[in-house]
Write a protein that binds this ligand. Structure first.
Ligand SMILES: C[S@@+](CC[C@H](N)C(=O)[O-])C[C@H]1O[C@@H](n2cnc3c(N)ncnc32)[C@H](O)[C@@H]1O
Length: 274
């Protein structure tokens, strides 16, 4: 009993209890009937449509079936399996700013690469690279093909495995992108190589967009490190009226429902010059 009480009081358990907050309600979801009988029942496609820019929607695979234990053990990392709030907010922000893109790369997009996908669909871009370090998330999602079949975008969009800590993955893309973006990627052991990858992938006038909650010290440590490597860092609390609106409403519901420290994504922009 004592042990159980201790566990309930632990910060990890408290975090889990407020993780219930799952969305800023920026996209509606609708299940899509599939006509292809070769697809299994696990292949449920869902249309995510922007509430504020309803002309833009993307197809995501909602239910990828249970993960096999050996896949979890052998694959690189499996935390990016659903659209988390920071990714959702980044997708919405990209639609809002859809005229600012040229060549774009999303790092650590997880199973969906949702924001990168919305850029491919909504923005007038030359090129979009949806990447993640986990080969499985790149292979299974089949997202590019499905959205292309549905006529959502042209042919300049690809998925690839890009590991921030893999020299050859980064060096082939060096200086290539106008925008490099990522959401909620603050695993302590990869902080340094993520900063390095963001810096190296950007072309001299490019800009990196990072959406992530404060999460204790993690965001501050990330910004500090980015500054140390010579990047210009600026942090934005108010970057979108609709997101701010939900944020303020949720704050009024109290910390049990919404904890700004783990739920409200701040926007960090990084550039090579002032
Ligand atoms: C917390 S998830 C975030 C996924 C997605 N951006 C979101 O917010 O929903 C972290 C993602 O980063 C990827 N990742 C972690 N370390 C990486 C590394 N060193 N190189 C490339 N990807 C990495 C993982 O595979 C995972 O998909």
């Amino acid at each position: 009993q004592v042990l159980r009480q201790k566990q309930v009081d632990s910060p990890e358990i408290k975090q889990v209890s407020v993780r219930r907050f799952a969305t800023f309600d920026l996209f509606t979801r609708k299940n899509i009937e599939t006509q292809d009988s070769s697809e299994t029942t696990d292949d449920q496609w869902v249309e995510y449509r922007s509430v504020y820019f309803p002309e833009f929607s993307a197809l995501l695979r909602d239910n990828l079936g249970p993960l096999q234990v050996n896949e979890v053990l052998n694959s690189f990392d499996n935390t990016g399996n659903v659209v988390w709030p920071s990714e959702e907010v980044m997708a919405h922000y990209c639609l809002q700013k859809r005229n600012m893109f040229g060549a774009v790369c999303e790092l650590g997009g997880g199973m969906t690469g949702f924001a990168g996908l919305m850029v491919a669909i909504g923005a007038d871009v030359r090129e979009v690279l949806l990447s993640d370090g986990n080969e499985k998330s790149i292979q299974v999602r089949g997202l590019i093909e499905r959205n292309r079949q549905d006529g959502k975008f042209g042919s300049t969009h690809v998925s690839a495995v890009v590991r921030w800590d893999c020299e050859s993955d980064i060096s082939v893309l060096e200086g290539h992108f106008d925008v490099v973006m990522c959401a909620d990627l603050f695993l302590d052991q990869y902080r340094a190589c993520l900063v390095d990858a963001l810096r190296r992938l950007l072309q001299p006038n490019g800009m990196a967009l990072v959406f992530a909650p404060t999460r204790g010290e993690t965001l501050r440590l990330f910004c500090h490190l980015a500054q140390q490597t010579g990047l210009y860092v600026s942090q934005h609390q108010e970057y979108d009226p609709q997101v701010m609106d939900v944020h303020l409403k949720m704050l009024r519901q109290g910390k049990d429902a919404y904890d700004e420290n783990i739920h409200y994504p701040l926007l960090i922009t990084l550039t090579k010059g002032p």
